[in-house]
Design a protein around this ligand. Structure first.
Ligand code: NOJ
Length: 551
């Protein structure tokens, strides 16, 4: 099959299945629910879906813990439902990429069950199982993982297994060629069924430094220098590409935690034949210290510009960017990046939308972002569901932080914020389900919901439709060079995209105040094609955004 770069023209919509649409009244989203909303997605204009995991799983980490890679989690539906969904998507010109979670499996996976119950099991070497120190009393080293826990769990008196995420997510041993063959087999299974690619979960963690050295202790991700971008990462990815991916017209986007621009280049330069794109998280770290979301600091626009400049210039003509401002691990963008989630919610949502959509790369929209959904309205720890926040809360308690303080912090930063049920309408359970869902519906479904938004004169969804329409077949947006026009300005983000003599200029006010912007005076010969106010003066209103063209 001829390989194409279709992903460069894709507008990708991420579905988090358990929170999208529940068709059978069990409080959990499902595949038939997704099928029932495909016309909605078609109306929005997206041409690809990234589906978070739907595989069989005990759901300790909402499906990122897989117990059978070739079957569907029963409450989500069956393989036949999946095939119908894929077919219905393709009929509508929507491609489908799956979530590929192969740094770890679930501890309920038959491979793992066999590996820990029998030292001679053929699956023993599928995992990273090591003898503890001090006659098994201490773990093999002092690494800790991503979910505020030690990275080793005891199997018996002597042995431990490595888990960089929850205990129920044992890491696979990629050093073992059999594991790599299993991964290839999984890829072929779904590609042969017709899926169009994969979002590769924490893919930069798959190769561990085999010395398993201890490090200077830290609270979280101790040992990361030995397991992020490990020694054989590129070799493994190239192998998957050569043996499987290159034979299909598919794409891959790697979730590359803790990776720099230079790391990314090695992963996506086309001639290296590894991945198509990566997700970089530098912009999501513009409101924290040390790249750790729990260490919150106030957002600063110049910090964001620096990051965007680095990636837009860095990958120009040598790789392809992915563009996103939300996903299931991030809090909602409204109220973030200096914006306002109350009375200026429309302005904030549309300003952020236009600002990232006109950059070079493939844009991703996370479910609910297109109607301006906000963070959850949690008030009790019992409202929260995520394993990460629960572990972090326990750790913070142990460290004697003041409870009311940590709770507030947990509520505003938890990943659950992006996982509340999709708000389709203002009914009791927001049209998501006919019963109480697995996680609380936000009370603001009364006025923030898809049905209402599409009726509003100020509709966020319709604004996104405009952005999508504008991007489609637009060579300047696809290939034009990017230049920031006001690097040191902390209120307004202005940038230009230029291809030959055609230009697109984006000007966005990131502040909740009126800002005079002289640049606008220089654009008198340009056409204003998209904006979120009807204003034309050189005084930008709070969170105003404008897209101009000169052709
Ligand atoms: C990244 C996924 O996006 C996140 O939701 C998950 O918890 C971890 N990887 C572990 O799979």
């Amino acid at each position: 099959m001829k390989k194409t770069d279709w992903y460069k023209d894709a507008i990708i919509y991420q579905i988090y299945p358990r929170s999208f649409c529940d068709s059978n009244g069990d409080g959990l989203g499902d595949i038939p629910g997704i099928i029932s909303k495909l016309d909605y997605l078609k109306g929005l204009g997206v041409n690809c879906v990234w589906l978070s995991p739907v595989y069989d799983s005990p759901q300790e980490d909402n499906g990122y813990d897989i117990s059978n890679y070739k079957d569907i989690y029963k409450p989500f539906g069956t393989l036949d439902d999946f095939k119908v969904m894929l077919n219905e998507m393709h009929k509508r010109g929507i491609r489908l990429i799956m979530d590929l979670v192969v740094n770890h499996t679930s501890s309920e996976h038959p491979w793992f069950k066999s590996a820990i119950s029998d030292k001679n099991s053929p699956y023993r070497d599928y995992y990273i199982i090591k003898k503890g120190k001090k006659n098994g009393k201490k773990p093999p080293n002092n690494w800790s993982g991503f979910f505020a826990e030690k990275a080793w769990e005891k199997i018996d008196d002597e042995y431990y297994y490595l888990h960089l995420f929850a205990k129920g997510q044992p890491d696979l041993n990629w050093e073992n060629p059999k594991v790599r063959e299993e991964v290839k087999d999984i890829l072929r299974f779904w590609l042969d069924m017709g899926v169009d690619g994969f979002r590769c979960d924490v893919i930069t963690l798959i190769s561990k430094d085999q010395r398993f050295k201890s490090v200077f202790p830290t609270l979280a991700i101790a040992g990361k220098q030995y397991y992020v971008n490990g020694p054989r990462l590129h070799e493994y990815l190239h192998e998957l590409n050569k043996d499987v991916l290159s034979n299909y017209d598919c794409m891959t986007v790697g979730e590359t935690v803790l990776s720099s621009l230079d790391d990314a280049k090695l992963l996506i330069q086309p001639e290296r034949e590894e991945l198509s794109m990566v997700f970089n998280f530098d912009h999501t770290d513009t409101d924290n210290f040390f790249g750790a979301k729990w260490f919150y600091r106030e957002f600063k626009l110049t910090r964001l510009k620096k990051v965007v400049d680095r990636w837009q210039h860095g990958l120009f003509n040598c790789g392809w960017n992915s563009l996103f401002i939300e996903n299931h691990d991030q809090r909602r963008c409204i109220g973030r990046f200096g914006t306002n989630d109350k009375e200026l919610r429309y302005e904030s949502a549309t300003m952020l939308g236009a600002t990232y959509f006109m950059l070079q790369g493939t844009p991703f929209i996370y479910q609910g972002q297109e109607i301006g959904m906000t963070n959850g309205d949690f008030t009790e720890m019992a409202d929260l569901r995520d394993v990460e926040v629960k572990n972090t809360y326990k750790l913070a308690e142990k460290l004697f932080f003041l409870k009311p303080l940590i709770k507030k912090h947990m509520f505003s930063l938890t990943r659950d914020n992006a996982r509340t049920p999709f708000q389709w309408n203002n009914q009791e359970f927001a049209g998501f389900s006919s019963v109480e869902p697995w996680i609380r519906v936000n009370a603001n479904k009364e006025f923030i919901n898809a049905e209402q938004d599409l009726k509003n004169e100020k509709s966020i969804n319709k604004f996104y439709r405009q952005l999508i329409e504008f991007r489609k077949n637009n060579e300047v947006i696809k290939n034009g060079a990017y230049t920031c026009l006001n690097k040191n300005n902390n209120d307004v983000y202005a940038y230009k995209r230029k291809l030959d003599d055609k230009e697109v200029v984006v000007i966005s006010n990131f502040k909740n105040k009126i800002v005079k912007e002289k640049l606008i005076d220089e654009l008198s010969n340009y056409k204003l094609v998209i904006s979120n106010y009807s204003n034309k003066s050189n005084e930008l209103q709070p969170y105003e955004t404008r897209v101009y063209i000169n052709y």
